[in-house]
Design a binder for this molecule. Structure first.
Ligand code: EPU
Length: 421
């Protein structure tokens, strides 16, 4: 396994190009299974999670051709409907093949994804939604075994203990495109990635109204065709580079980033004193000499994203004063705290609230995190820390950040990849 080594203390400057959104690509690639025809998906980042989804599609019998950031999927004649444990266990997002398989093949067997390091992550909302569409579901041998032969449209409340669910909304919306009748999804997630999936489905011929709101209406059609689609830029990658600029008091322009997808992040970072401006085809972020502490609560979109919680915490570790960061989506998503404290941060966890007392400086250390965003946050901390930080197990970073060391190096950071012992 590789590690990333960072020698901190360099100001970042210049332009970084933001890649396509991982969390939009994954359900969109799954949605290609709804048609027999060829679909072309553009602006796909080169990431481990994408490679896993392509393996799953190939495993079903779809033909997949990759040419740079363009992927062509031709599912014609695929007959398999099992997503096995060895693929699903490496990526929870594999669950989003359940809806397309049920709609198209009328049956599906998908390994139960189980918990992960950021918390228990149940799939009850997915199952509740599919049951409401009259799918017959059972769990056997660790697999969800589903029969969709009698599915029909329905009125569904798709909420759970922590509000709406992104991938459950994706799953139900995809399932509803090809079944008889009208489906109304109440409390639907309205994240930009859900909207991008809906836009792709509409290009395939699906009848979907009001996506982007908390009530999505889908009228089933008999058949979907292939489509050509370019995915939206990754708002979480963009947010991470916004903080890379802020934490190094830098001046970075994020090419392709959409500020309208980052309203809550813009709001909070501006409150901290960071200068954020929309520029043609991107966002310019300039750090301030002195930052102010901020209180942040993660919420479903358009609230502050949980996928940016760890990164904003890195910034607050070196900001004078006390910040409180409250996690309302994954109350256990705090594995980065102990690693940040090893670098000299002063963070206490009380329930789902992290109390961050800003320190003058962080000092480099060997660190490790078993979660994608936590790993990114440690890289950010490494950029501002004195001396050398070794971020071990960057397997997780490679799941979600395309060419991170190349992009940071281009901005002036001293960062490189090494083989870990
Ligand atoms: N939840 C349930 N039951 C369910 C589904 C979700 O209780 O059946 C809970 C979750 O445990 C959580 C909340 O509902 O407390 C919201 O989870 P959601 O279902 O929205 O998460 P997800 O769809 O599984 C996607 C992203 C995550 C991101 C969350 C929240 C993808 C592939 N993943 O996951 O991204 O954190 O939405 O925005 O889209 C990441 O990229 O690092 C990542 C973890």
């Amino acid at each position: 396994m590789d590690k990333l080594v960072i020698e901190g203390g360099r100001r970042l400057e210049g332009t970084v190009t933001i890649s396509g959104a991982k969390n939009a690509c994954l359900p969109i690639l799954a949605a290609t299974l709804l048609s027999d025809e060829k679909s072309v998906i553009r602006n796909i980042p080169s990431l481990r999670d994408i490679a896993t989804m392509l393996k799953i599609l190939k495993n079903f019998g779809a033909r997949v051709v990759q040419d740079g950031d363009v992927i062509t999927v031709e599912p014609k004649g695929y007959t398999k409907y099992t997503a096995p444990y060895d693929l699903v266990s490496t990526m929870r997002a594999s669950i989003c093949v359940l809806g397309p398989l049920l709609a198209k093949q009328k049956k599906a067997e998908v390994s139960f994804p189980g918990g992960c390091i950021i918390g228990p992550r149940p799939i009850d909302i997915h199952l509740k939604g599919l049951s409401a569409l009259n799918a017959k579901l059972k769990v056997e041998r660790g697999y969800i075994i589903a029969d969709g032969s009698k599915m029909r449209g329905s009125h569904i409340y798709l909420g759970g203990h922590f509000g709406s669910s992104v991938l459950a909304t994706a799953n139900i919306m995809m399932a509803a495109t090809l079944i008889k009748g009208v489906t109304t999804i109440e409390n639907a997630a309205c994240e930009p990635e859900v909207m991008d999936l809906a836009a792709f489905l509409v290009k395939m011929g699906a009848k979907i109204k009001d996506y982007g709101s908390h009530r999505i209406i889908v009228e089933g059609v008999k058949k979907l065709h292939g489509a050509d689609h370019s995915v939206i830029p990754d708002r979480i990658e963009a947010g991470t580079y916004m903080i890379a600029s802020a934490i190094t008091k830098g001046d970075v322009t994020l090419k392709n980033a959409k500020l309208e997808h980052l309203i809550a992040v813009e709001d909070k970072l501006s409150e901290a004193g960071i200068d954020i401006k929309k520029v043609p085809n991107g966002i310019r972020v300039r750090g301030a000499r002195r930052l102010k502490p901020i209180d942040v609560t993660t919420l479903p979109y358009p609230g502050f994203p949980t996928d940016m919680q760890a990164q904003v915490m890195s910034l607050m570790t070196v900001t004078d004063g006390i910040s409180v960061i409250t996690e309302k989506i994954y109350p256990e998503r705090f594995i980065h705290i102990s690693e940040m404290n090893r670098m000299g941060a002063n963070i206490i966890l009380e329930g789902a609230n992290a109390i961050v007392k800003g320190v003058k400086a962080l000092s480099g250390a060997p660190v490790m995190a078993s979660d994608l965003r936590a790993s990114a946050a440690l890289v950010l901390a490494g950029l501002v820390a004195k001396d050398r930080t070794d971020v071990h197990r960057i397997y997780h970073l490679d799941r979600g950040y395309e060419k991170i060391e190349e992009k940071l190096t281009k901005l002036g950071a001293k960062v490189w990849r090494e083989k870990d012992k």
